[in-house]
Design a protein around this ligand. Structure first.
Ligand code: AMP
Ligand code: MG
Length: 358
């Protein structure tokens, strides 16, 4: 692909300078450019959702399969009126409870409102309002709905820092707004609504991808049909993105689950054997367990006692294995409650479903 020059704005100076940077980045979006920006989940790669050429540039830069639709980001609910068919009461309640925030709603789209590339030909549209001041200011200043998948090469771990975006996409996109690390560290929860799917014929919520909003939190608003997600083998893909290998480091990754002591013993055995075979080895573990392993790289994603930290650190840890050319990696499973469900979902996808149950 032909290389273009990628403009980078470093925010944080405050006041006028940041304001000017956001104005320039917004103008770039309006003029059909592709601009990466921070959100509270991961960095997104934005383009005007109505502009087919700009959206095509997203797919090209990421190497993203064209049947995997993009989430559209808005800064105000009023922006949705021209994008969606009138939405249900439950959809409205979810917006009210979780927006701005890491929840994507897949809802019936208004025909022709965005480029057909955005929806990959589906008659639904995934929409969300990010809880990140810079993202909201940028989208509002651009004045258009912003299509924004994660700003990584397709298949790679999502970017949680501007440097990750530059590693994957410098020379392939128009700009990067650098505003420090992203928040949650994992992508948004994607849900669809199922009319008549719940008790008493009420509309229900179905999770297509677990993420920053947990099933438990969703249950405060409506019935959740199934707590899908962390086991990709359990069901056929209902969201196009679910069928692709994702988040993967270059080395072979295996998730190890089960009783804590057996997990440790298993990983130690596997590491010893791999290194006898001359492989560069890695372990993905937690603060509390890092002393238990010897490997070429022991990467800590966060604390087992605070899985939010592990969610924030996961993708950077996966990228660290690539930076050190690690060939064989074992990852400790985590409890699947709250954000742990999303964490295990990403780990298993990164491992292409390879799991040692011990
Ligand atoms: P990402 O590009 O990493 O933000 O992922 C976006 C996710 O949302 C992918 O898994 C998509 O398949 C899913 N998605 C986006 N739009 C739709 C839609 N209209 N219907 C179902 N899934 C969608
Ligand atoms: Mg992605």
């Amino acid at each position: 692909m032909k290389s273009i020059s990628t403009r980078i704005w470093h925010l944080g100076a405050g006041g006028d300078q940041d304001e000017q940077a956001i104005r320039e980045a917004a103008a770039m979006l309006r003029e059909g450019g592709t601009v990466a920006f921070p959100t509270e989940t991961v960095y997104g790669l934005g383009a005007d959702a109505r502009n087919t050429e700009a959206v095509a540039d997203i797919f090209r830069a990421k190497g993203r399969p064209s049947d995997n639709p993009l989430i559209v980001h808005v800064a105000a609910i009023s922006q949705l009126e021209e994008l969606l068919e009138p939405w249900s009461e439950l959809a409205g309640q979810l917006m009210k409870r979780f927006w701005p925030g890491p929840l994507t709603l897949v809802l019936p789209a208004r025909a022709g409102a965005v480029s057909p590339l955005v929806t990959a030909g589906l008659d639904t549209l995934g929409v969300r309002m990010p809880r990140h001041e810079t993202a909201l200011r940028l989208i509002a200043a651009a004045g258009c709905p912003v299509a924004g998948p994660s700003a990584n090469r397709s298949g790679r771990p999502s970017p949680t820092a501007a440097a990750h975006v530059a590693d994957d996409l410098a020379g392939a996109i128009s700009g990067i707004v650098d505003d420090g690390p992203a928040g949650v560290g994992l992508e948004s929860t994607v849900v669809e609504l199922v009319p008549g799917g719940g008790d008493g014929g009420r509309e229900a919520i179905r999770i297509l991808r677990p993420g920053g909003v947990s099933a438990q939190e969703l249950r405060e608003v409506g019935e959740v049909l199934e707590d899908s997600g962390w086991d990709p083998g359990k069901q056929a893909p209902r969201s196009p993105g679910m069928k692709y290998r994702h988040y993967a480091p270059q080395g072979r990754l295996t998730v190890v689950a089960g009783d804590a002591e057996r997990v440790t013993a298993h990983i130690r055995r596997e590491l010893a054997e791999a290194s006898r075979n001359g492989l560069r080895t890695g372990v993905l573990t937690y603060e509390e367990h890092k002393g238990l392993f010897e490997a070429d790289l022991v990467a800590v994603c966060g604390s087992l006692n605070d899985l939010e930290t592990a969610a924030r650190g996961l993708y950077a840890a996966l990228r660290a294995f690539d930076a050190q050319q690690i060939e064989s990696i074992w990852a400790e499973a985590c409890p699947v409650e709250g954000i742990g469900a999303a964490l295990m979902n990403r780990l298993l996808k990164a491992a292409s479903g390879h799991i040692d149950q011990v």
